[in-house]
Design a protein around this ligand. Structure first.
Ligand SMILES: [Zn+2]
Ligand SMILES: [Zn+2]
Length: 119
């Protein structure tokens, strides 16, 4: 048996791409394909250490609107996402810092062992 079904698909609002359309602006509802999403807006994470449900995409146009209007209903959500983004950066920087210190410490042990004739 064959049956015709109507299927709704997402189409990128920028380039018309029908594939890899993953991001939808939470405010205006525009859809973006993978490539256009990268340059058209910001994909915010809801968590410092993971990603997944609760993440949100805003297009650049809406981000400007939201930031210019504290009365916007997305203002607090956007600020909350920004806060997580800031923390993610801090954690990343801390991680790199710790990594550098660790390398330094390990090098010193290696060097000192050699100096002590333990090699
Ligand atoms: Zn596109
Ligand atoms: Zn938007």
């Amino acid at each position: 048996m064959r049956k015709m079904v109507e299927v709704e698909i997402k189409v990128c609002d920028v380039c018309g791409n029908e594939e890899h359309v993953y991001d939808t602006c939470l405010k205006c509802g525009n859809d973006y394909c993978y490539d256009c999403a990268k340059v058209s807006g910001v994909d915010y994470r809801h968590s410092v250490y993971s990603s997944g449900s609760g993440d949100g995409y805003f297009c650049n146009k809406c981000i400007v609107e939201i930031r210019n209007n504290p009365q916007d209903k997305y203002y607090n959500l956007h600020e909350a996402y920004l806060n997580v983004a800031r923390l993610r950066k801090e954690v990343e920087a801390d991680y790199k810092d710790t990594q550098d210190k660790q390398d330094e410490a390990e090098k010193r042990v290696k060097y000192s062992r050699e100096r002590a004739g333990l090699a």
